[in-house]
Design a protein around this ligand. Structure first.
Ligand code: NAP
Length: 288
């Protein structure tokens, strides 16, 4: 099976590398061509446009930043859809809203192609280690044919049903994760501000019911309150909060805590923390 990969950011570059290392023939495209050199060493073919990637592959995978970024590579004369035809598949692994996915599904089907949304949970390291959780929804036939490819990127892979369900599941997942990390930042800020040893707070947390890998990874960074190496850019987490709140409004579900946390993340963006890791929210929260 020939694979196309569009979007070589933090996640896409690790995922595409794993496909190349697994022996797949992969054609790539990225807005910024400076990302190509590492892939050429792995044997990738570079295409001039997303349309050419689609024309050159059986299954095209995209991993884009935002719904706008999805549109910009999907639509138009040189977009993914222009290169789609019967027998091909379009797998969008970006975190977007269900409306964006449903439009991708509609456009792919207009060209006789199949569509699968497949957003992921797990950050830079799980992407490198091929241990992502992949939530898939859309055309089951494409899910089944692309499963061996997904298995080269993820460890836990779920098929959730019709298009839109995976996008919504991903947003529900991320608001939980963001709430946990924000609470951790507040707990560490309170401990530091009241003369406690933050390392001991992390030890206490790690020995109780809230122990989890994210606290283990990000806790020491937040306790140090500096050096937040970017695994998940803060601007993308704010996008996910915004999309979760939009979904909540559509279905009439109040999200009291998420709405407040979103304001905090908006403040962080005004402080130019968008490209830092989302754990840098600590810089906005902590007084000392
Ligand atoms: P990233 O490093 O910012 O990469 C984003 C990709 O989108 C890059 O290839 C970028 O191209 C491209 N892009 C952005 N705007 C574009 C536009 N207008 N036109 C064309 N291309 C555009 O993001 P990431 O961390 O890999 O995340 C990708 C997706 O996965 C996001 O939806 C994110 O929410 C989700 N996600 C991320 C993580 C994580 O921990 N990082 C975890 C789970 C899910 P350039 O290289 O030219 O900028």
């Amino acid at each position: 099976m020939k694979i196309g990969f569009v979007g070589l950011g933090i996640m896409g570059s690790a995922m595409a590398s794993n496909l190349l290392k697994a022996g797949y023939k992969v054609t790539i495209w990225n807005r910024s061509p400076d990302k190509y050199s590492a892939f050429l060493d792995l044997g990738a073919t570079v295409a001039n446009t997303p349309r050419v990637v689609a024309e050159s592959s059986d299954v095209l995978i995209a991993m884009m930043a935002t719904p706008d970024a999805v549109q910009s590579v999907r639509d138009g004369d040189e977009g993914i859809i222009a290169g789609m035809s019967s027998g091909k598949g379009y797998v969008d692994m970006s975190t977007v809203d269900a409306d964006t996915s449903l439009e991708s599904y509609r456009l792919a089907h207009e060209k006789g192609a199949l569509f699968l949304e497949a957003p992921v949970a797990g950050s830079r390291k799980p992407a490198e280690d091929a241990t992502l959780t992949i939530m898939a929804a859309g055309d089951q036939e494409l899910y089944e044919t692309s499963l061996p490819v997904l298995e080269k990127m993820g460890r836990k892979i779920l098929y959730l049903g019709e298009t839109g369900k995976a996008a919504r599941m991903k947003l529900a997942n991320n608001l939980v994760m963001c709430g946990m990390l924000t609470s951790l930042s507040e707990g560490i800020a309170l401990a530091a501000g009241s003369g406690l040893d933050t390392a001991q707070l992390l030890e206490v947390l790690d020995s109780g019911a809230v122990t989890n890998p994210m606290f283990r990874l990000k806790g020491p960074q937040i306790a140090a309150n500096r050096d937040f190496p970017t695994a998940f850019p803060l601007k993308h987490m704010q996008k996910d909060l915004r999309l979760a709140l939009k979904l909540a409004e559509e279905v009439g579900q109040p999200l009291f805590v998420t709405a407040t946390i979103n304001e905090l993340y908006k403040k962080a963006l005004t402080e130019n923390l968008g490209d830092a890791d989302f754990a840098a929210i600590s810089l906005v929260i902590r007084n000392k």
